[in-house]
Design a protein. Structure first.
Length: 313
């Protein structure tokens, strides 16, 4: 046998020896999964059985990549709020626990982007680059840990700044009838933060797609998107997304606040959030408590204006 043939045989022996060693070192591991099935599907919700250990507000996965939040945890079934296109879900489909609560991507990579409450891009500029994830439901800071409101935040509207001084760390509610300029005030305030080292988060809840597109176009044209994150749920999105939107936007804003930056967050508007919450609670046969959504948004989340002191106001 020639020398090249000997070398080839030695190489084969070495490869097979390595394969045998890797096979002997491999130990198969079983990963337990808790799997249930869909009982019924309605507008924005699903009833699920077979998940005895699922926790409140745990994320569950449906076929097609649709996610849901366990909202009603009863003895025999679980009421799930759906967060995606649920038209193809049917009774009997498989449901899997994920073992995590609802969270959202955070980081400087979100600045200048338009995303949905799940962190998926809506602006066609490629995937979102994030530095981490934060849960959308977190305890609010105690009152004693919150810094006093001492630094002004100028809206750019002389009448408002003169009559209603606004500070960083202060909540402000804009009330008015339809088409009276509520959104215009909020957008003007965002545009006035240019060059002032203030990160802005604009949360659009249940607005028309054309209105959201117009708002984003104005921000882009005037340079506002250079320091703004836009979180969007449209009117035809599932009510679960409208319910999660302000909490996701708040977690994004809290990330910047906790890194020592000033943040302005605008919820536009919480009326649609209240309607979505009422719709979900009625479908799940829970007491609707329509005004509790406003209470939650202003107690468990930072307000419209948050300071960089690390305390939530």
């Amino acid at each position: 046998m020639s020398e090249p043939q000997h070398r080839l045989l030695d190489d084969f022996d070495d490869v097979f020896a390595r394969i045998d060693a890797a096979r002997d070192a491999f130990t198969p591991k079983l990963t337990p999964r808790e799997v249930g099935s869909v009982i019924s599907v309605a507008t924005g919700i699903a009833k699920v059985s077979g998940l005895p250990n699922v926790g409140f507000e745990e994320v569950v996965s449906f076929p097609g990549g649709v996610l849901g939040i366990a909202f009603n945890v009863d003895e025999d079934e679980v009421g799930v709020v759906l967060l995606g296109a649920y038209e193809r879900l049917r009774a009997g489909d498989e449901v899997t626990r994920t073992g995590r609560v609802m969270d959202v991507a955070v980081g400087d990579g979100l600045v200048g982007r338009v995303i949905d409450p799940l962190g998926e891009p809506l602006d066609g500029q490629g995937p979102v680059v994030s530095s981490g994830r934060l849960p959308v439901e977190r305890p609010a800071r105690p009152i004693m840990d919150r810094a006093p409101v001492t630094v002004p935040l100028q809206s750019g509207l002389k009448v408002i700044d003169a009559l209603i001084p606004i500070g960083r760390g202060q909540r402000e509610l804009i009330l008015g009838d339809r088409q009276t300029g509520k959104t215009a005030i909020a957008i003007d305030t965002i545009l006035n933060q240019g060059g002032k080292d203030v990160v802005c988060v604009y949360c659009s809840i249940g607005q028309r797609a054309s209105a959201v597109a117009k708002t984003v176009a104005v921000l882009r044209a005037k340079g506002g998107m250079d320091y703004t994150v836009v979180v969007v749920t449209e009117g035809n999105d599932p009510p679960g997304l409208a319910y999660v939107a302000p909490y996701a936007a708040t977690s994004i804003a809290e990330h910047f606040m906790e890194s020592g930056r000033d943040v302005l967050i605008v919820y536009d508007d919480l009326t649609h959030h209240a309607r979505a919450y009422r719709e979900l609670t009625l479908l799940l046969r829970r007491p609707p408590e329509i005004f509790s959504t406003f209470t939650r948004a202003f107690s468990s989340a930072p307000p419209v204006y948050a300071r960089s002191s690390g305390a939530v106001h």
